[in-house]
Design a protein around this ligand. Structure first.
Ligand code: OGA
Ligand code: MN
Length: 200
């Protein structure tokens, strides 16, 4: 699995891996997400960073909860973070990227929610090098919407694109500052974990 991801990133800057988690791990992690959602732990996602952070319903309508490696009540979150740690080490070994950390959040897109086309690197920062998204939706059907549209030509929000359905266990990785992407409107609750490997 990791070797395929490394060669995809090397060749094209993006990779799509189905079944990154086992049949038990994926639904259990989705359960942790749902429990936190019901517990009111999520907040509306913003756009920008620091003093520039703003809620912009015209740009994105998801709700997020930052992961916490110390969350004892969330063993499957921990398992996912451990898998990402292995991925981080493999990426550094292969590409000498100096990735030193991962930051990520659960995201829920309620019915009708979307995220307009954007890049993931904040202005004037170099920190977010790779975007890593894991989908947590069982029984996602055509017509449920919520696809990720990923433009495959680096630096361009036009030309060829991939349309990725947010199926349980699918992992998507791409260069955060190079690939434009968009979340199409979801027709029902859509769950994921979005995060970034950071470099200095
Ligand atoms: C993001 C994002 C894509 C997705 O949170 O920055 O682009 O498919 N998410 O959830
Ligand atoms: Mn994004």
């Amino acid at each position: 699995m990791i070797p395929a991801l490394l060669s995809d990133i090397d060749r094209q800057g993006w990779s799509i891996l189905p079944n990154f988690l086992s049949r038990e791990e994926g639904p259990a992690l989705a359960g942790e997400c749902r429990t936190a959602w019901r517990g009111g732990e999520f907040h509306r996602a913003g756009v920008g960073k620091g003093a520039g952070l703003a809620i912009r319903e015209d740009i994105r309508r998801d709700h997020v909860l930052w992961l916490d490696a110390a969350a004892d009540a969330a063993p499957f979150q921990k398992i996912y973070l451990e898998k990402l740690e292995q991925l981080r080490l493999a990426l550094n070994e292969r590409f000498y990227l100096g990735l030193f950390d991962f930051e990520g959040h659960f995201a829920i897109y309620p019915e009708g929610a979307f995220y307009k086309a954007h890049l993931d690197r904040h202005q004037n920062t170099q920190e977010r090098l790779l975007t890593v998204i894991l989908y947590l939706n069982e029984h996602w059907l055509p017509g449920d919407g919520g696809e990720l549209k990923l433009w495959t030509t680096q630096g361009q929000q036009d030309g060829p694109s991939e349309i990725i359905e947010p199926h349980m266990g699918t992992l998507v990785v791409f260069l955060a500052g190079d690939h434009w992407h968009e979340v199409l409107p979801a027709a029902k609750n859509r769950m994921s974990i979005t995060g970034w490997f950071l470099t200095r």
